[in-house]
Every structure is written in structure tokens, then in C-alpha cells.
Design a protein around this ligand. Structure first.
Ligand code: G1P
Length: 268
């Protein structure tokens, strides 16, 4: 239910998730990453204000009428079959007030039956390599929760959750000592930023239920992870290889669009 004030003015009417990058809504990049990594069930947490996202996947009448009139339009049929494929996998959950990432995830409690689940933030695009697939692979090996991460500029640490390292597994993977939500530079334990891909254990719901408001008065997933770490649960930080595109700010969104179009032009 994020407000997306960072992407105004368009987001005053259009949810950020439907904003196009190279002609494709941001959300489809995220869905494609999940599907390619083997995920079969997807929950989208939206708000009443963002119901147009659900409509996007439930627009059968629109497509059927168009296809009736344009029976030979392959592109049209392709788009409709793609939307139908997504729709089959997606359930919608509502968080009508923006109370934070932790509160949003808690809304999925009754739908998540498996011991672990993958969580993705739609404003973080990762290209050139499937980050979710890497996280799943790592999880299957270590049986631990995993957080995707990148080193960021020290001066920008207050934009992300930041974690400190307890020990090194290898060049790309670390056991996390502590994590803090968007610290000021002087309190940041490092410049290892949490990027929006996590494999979380279902027991996190027990922490989320009891969690008090944190930074900026919101319930943060970061604070629930911190509690689990303090109780002795092992969390791995994984420095992924793909290119991270931050679509959560206007500058980032524009840069991401340029970057992805460049890749496409190259492919074409
Ligand atoms: C959220 C998390 C933050 C994380 C970031 C990644 O923040 O709270 O810990 O680093 O996603 O994008 P948000 O971008 O929703 O403000």
C-alpha cells in the first residue's frame, strides 16, 4: 500500500507497479523473475486505491471482445494468454493503510503454508541474472533465510536497510550479525544494503504480530528479521550478481528505463 510519493505526479492516478518500462509494466518484470525461478503461487499485496492492478489481470471481457473483432491478431492473443497465465497464479491481499512492509507481509499469514516464502519489492528491479533463482538455490543448500544485498555508497545508506556481517561464507555470501532499517550515516554498521528480495521463514509471522512501530512510525520487515537474528536464527546476506535498478525514485525510474531500453535495443 506504499504511497509512491517519490514518483509523483504520475502515481497520483497510476500505481507505480503499472508504470511502464520499455512498454511493459514494472510488475510484469517481477512476475517473470518469480515464474522463471520456479515459483508457482504469487500473492500481490495491494490497496483499494490500487485495485486497477487487479483489474489489469482480470480484463477478460476487454480481451475477448477485441479478439472476436480481430481474430488474426497474434500480438493481441499473445498478450491475453500472458495475462491469463499470470492471473491463474496470483491471489490478491489488501493493505488499505500504508503501515509498512511488515504489516503488509502479515496480511498474507493465512495464505502462506510453506515453511519458507520468497518476498519481492516491486520497486527493485534486478536484470541480467535471476536474483530470485539464486536465492532459492542458496536456500536449498544452506536451509537458511536469505536476504539479497549490494554494497552501496556510504553517503546513501539511509535509503536502505543495512546489515553488518558476523562471518563470511565465501566472496558473495555472509552470515548476518545485525540489521537496521534506514540508518543515518553515523549509525550505519556498514554499507551492505538490503535489496528487495528475501527468503523468509514462516515463523516471522509470530514476530510481526507483536512488532511495535519502528522507523517513521511503520512496521518494518527489517525489525522482525532483527528479532529472529537476536534469537539465534541464521540469516544469510547474498551479494547477487545481477544489475540492481532502483525504480523507487524518479531518478532511478528514468535511469532504469534507459538501461532496460538499451539492453533491448542491443538484443534487437
Ligand atoms: C524497503 C525496506 C528496506 C530495503 C528496501 C529495498 O524499503 O524497508 O529495508 O532496503 O525496501 O528496496 P522501501 O524501499 O520500501 O522504503
Amino acid at each position: 500500500a506504499g504511497q509512491w510519493t517519490r514518483l509523483l505526479p504520475l502515481t497520483s492516478v497510476l500505481p507505480k507497479e503499472l508504470m511502464p518500462i520499455n512498454g511493459k509494466p514494472v510488475i510484469e518484470y517481477i512476475l517473470d523473475e518469480c515464474i522463471k525461478s520456479g515459483i508457482k503461487e504469487i500473492i500481490l499485496i495491494i490497496s483499494k486505491r490500487k485495485n486497477i492492478i487487479k483489474k489489469y489481470f482480470y480484463n477478460d471481457v476487454f480481451y475477448k471482445n477485441l479478439i472476436k473483432k480481430n481474430k488474426n491478431d497474434k500480438k493481441l492473443k499473445f498478450e491475453y494468454s500472458k495475462i491469463k497465465k499470470y492471473k491463474k497464479m496470483i491471489k490478491f491481499v489488501y493493505q488499505n493503510s500504508p503501515r509498512g512492509t511488515g504489516d503488509a507481509v502479515l496480511k498474507c499469514k493465512n495464505l502462506i503454508k510453506s515453511k519458507y516464502f520468497l518476498m519481492l519489492m516491486p520497486d527493485d528491479l534486478i536484470i541480467n541474472s535471476n536474483c530470485s533463482a539464486s536465492l532459492i538455490k542458496l536456500h536449498n543448500r544452506y536451509k537458511s533465510p536469505i536476504i539479497a544485498s549490494k554494497k552501496v555508497n556510504k553517503k546513501d545508506v539511509s535509503r536502505w536497510g543495512i546489515y553488518s556481517v558476523k562471518s563470511k561464507i565465501n566472496k558473495k555470501n555472509f552470515i548476518i550479525k545485525d540489521v537496521v532499517e534506514k540508518p543515518e550515516i553515523k549509525y550505519a554498521p556498514s554499507n551492505n544494503a538490503v535489496i528487495g528480495r528475501y527468503i523468509l521463514p514462516r515463523i516471522i509471522f509470530t514476530k510481526l504480530k507483536k512488532l511495535k512501530k519502528g522507523k517513521d512510525g511503520e512496521i518494518h520487515i527489517t525489525d522482525a528479521i532483527k528479532k529472529l537474528i537476536y534469537e539465534g536464527n541464521e540469516f544469510i546476506g547474498h551479494n547477487f550478481v545481477g544489475k540492481y535498478l532502483d525504480c523507487g525514485t524518479m531518478e532511478g525510474y528514468i535511469k532504469s528505463s534507459l538501461k532496460i531500453s538499451k539492453i533491448w535495443n542491443f538484443v534487437l
